[in-house]
Design a protein around this ligand. Structure first.
Ligand SMILES: [Zn+2]
Length: 454
């Protein structure tokens, strides 16, 4: 680890910019000037004599991709998640989650964040639902601080597999030492807030991941909601991801009746909500993080993006886990999401540009960061990426949005800036030893698996 680089003054020359700013629109062969980590100008023929020049001719420039639901601690489960339920993500989580030591969590989160940077994802939402101890929380945040990806860290508590009945879920979680009638550790959350989140201009923000009515009694989730809101922290919660869950409980209705929905709440999945529940989400300003890669892999059902759009629910895209989804490639997620939605609805009115907005500006809105990132607007922070257009699988290049959503891959990302720091250049990470990250993550996986005693 070499530490994070500085923030040079930069002039990006000649890029085809997809700004995601309606006032600026798309700009062919345009320049973009970055100073002190901020986008100061977008235009043609810009002059900045003191700036380092990045020749971006033949590249597409766009805001850094924004991811909004990710269990980063589970990245080292990659290569282990099989299709049958007995060897699925949920079983691995339950079997091995308690065997993580802080160093393993650190390696797992670091691997995920390094992959994010490589893939052009400049903002992530870490839904840390295996926070085992204060040291484990610190291990997460140490990786965040070292990698320099913009992030929300949502403190969370282990949760049972979605298919378990409630009595069995209670028994399993009691056995694992995470009883469902115990509140999360808000004292430790307060310590984290003082330790890692005191810097107003920093890249990290804090949130709360709540297990919710599906699994915890009302006195627990209502108290957790109140504690989060007393601290003005945003809330995130898994919801209505499976048919089994909605047959057992209608969480959106319960939250609505209790007055717990709101613009500070992000619900994740919602593949099985009905029209009334969507209306409740829209009326309250509740957001949706959709994770199609994981939802389709696990047979959870289709996202309902068109219905959400129609009532005005803000939708963004997450990975959930790059262990079950295979990789943290937001280009793949955009493509899969659009194609699945077209196939489900027998309709093609959801557009590629709209999907790209979900993966950039709307993700930033979801995380309350759109005043800082999500579009290439002068005055915002310089979180942006450059994507090559000159490869066999991209040629011939004509429309930048079609290239991004339908042909590009993470490996086509040439350059990544976060807050004005150049963290990938010429296709290589600049501040992370990728080989060491891979090697040490593999060692962490071996350590965790070796601790299992059945
Ligand atoms: Zn999840």
């Amino acid at each position: 680890m070499t530490g994070l680089p500085g923030r040079p003054e930069l002039l990006i020359r000649g890029a085809d910019l997809v700004t995601m700013d309606p006032a600026l629109g798309d700009r062919r062969g345009a320049d973009l000037h970055v100073r002190d980590g901020e986008i100061v100008a977008v235009g043609s023929g810009l002059e900045a004599p003191a700036a380092q020049v990045i020749d971006a001719a033949g590249m597409v420039g766009l805001p850094g991709l924004v991811e909004t639901h990710w269990h980063l601690w589970g990245t080292i489960f990659r290569g282990l998640v099989q299709d049958p339920r007995e060897e699925s993500w949920f079983v691995l989580k339950e079997r091995h989650g308690n065997d993580f030591r802080p160093e393993d969590t650190y390696q797992s989160v670091r691997l995920g964040l390094a992959e994010a940077l490589f893939s052009g994802v400049t903002t992530v939402h870490n839904y840390a639902h295996n926070t085992l101890s204060p040291e484990d929380a610190d291990a997460n945040l140490r990786a965040h601080a070292e990698l320099g990806v913009r992030a929300r860290f949502s403190y969370g508590t282990p949760t049972p597999a979605t298919w378990l009945g409630q009595a069995e879920a209670e028994e399993v979680m009691r056995r694992l030492g995470h009883p469902l009638d115990r509140l999360m550790d808000f004292d430790d959350l307060d310590r984290l807030a003082r330790t890692w989140f005191a810097d107003e201009g920093g890249l990290l923000s804090l949130g709360v991941a709540i297990r919710g009515p599906s699994r915890t009694p009302a006195h627990v989730y209502e108290a957790e909601w109140a504690e989060a809101r007393r601290r003005r922290l945003p809330i995130t919660m898994h919801c209505a991801g499976t048919r089994g869950e909605v047959a057992r409980i209608r969480q959106v209705q319960i939250l609505e009746r209790a007055g717990l929905l709101g613009p500070d709440v992000q619900l994740v999945h919602c593949n099985h909500v009905d029209a009334g529940e969507r209306a409740a989400m829209a009326a309250s300003g509740t957001h949706l993080a959709s994770t199609p890669m994981a939802e389709l892999r696990l047979g959870m059902g289709f996202p309902q993006l068109q219905e959400m759009e129609e009532v005005g629910v803000l939708v963004s895209l997450g990975f959930d886990s790059n262990a079950m989804g295979g990789s943290a490639d937001m280009f793949q997620v955009m493509r899969l999401t659009l194609d699945a939605e077209h196939a489900r609805t027998l309709d093609v009115s959801l557009t590629s540009r709209r999907i790209l907005q979900m993966a950039t500006l709307d993700g930033a809105r979801d995380l309350g960061l759109d005043h800082l990132v999500g579009s290439l607007t002068p005055g915002k922070r310089a979180d942006l990426i450059l994507v090559r257009t000159d490869r066999l699988h991209l040629a011939p290049y004509a429309d930048p949005v079609l290239l991004l959503v339908h042909s590009a891959t993470a490996a086509d990302v040439d350059t990544v800036l976060v807050d004005g720091r150049v963290l990938k250049r010429g296709g290589r990470l600049t501040a992370v030893d990728a080989d060491a990250v891979v090697r040490e993550a593999a060692a962490a996986q071996r350590r965790v698996l070796a601790r299992y005693r059945g």
